[in-house]
Design a protein. Sequence first.
Length: 143
Amino acid sequence: MTKYYGIGTWWKSRPHQHFDEFINGKKVCIHASLDKPTNREITNRQNFRDVFLNIEEGNIIYLKSFKIRGHKVRIRAVGKVIPKDCRDENDIFCINICYNPNHNFDGIVKDLNNIDDGVPRNKRVYQEHNPDIIRIINKLIGK
């Protein structure tokens, strides 16, 4: 069964924005260092890693942005996970993606507003379960 994942492209470490790097490199990555000062931060990073490391070949990802005001999600790119693994060092984890060519930093889907289904779309990486969003993603990827 195909699983769907939303992944953010902005990290607090420099450079902040990684959208172009992901698209051009045909990959998606997260930075999830466990070298953090509080147990809460360490637990969050471990959860990010756990979700990310469970993404498998054939799963679908979408690069997203999240606007805190209004809880708005914007889909910027969609792609399918392909076999080659490209995990990096220094707590940066990557997987290779075959992106649909319709990607756009400003959003190929603009502002999915006030989705209140319990999925934490303000997080760096999460599994998507909302059937409406999955339908949108499938249409974008050409399924």
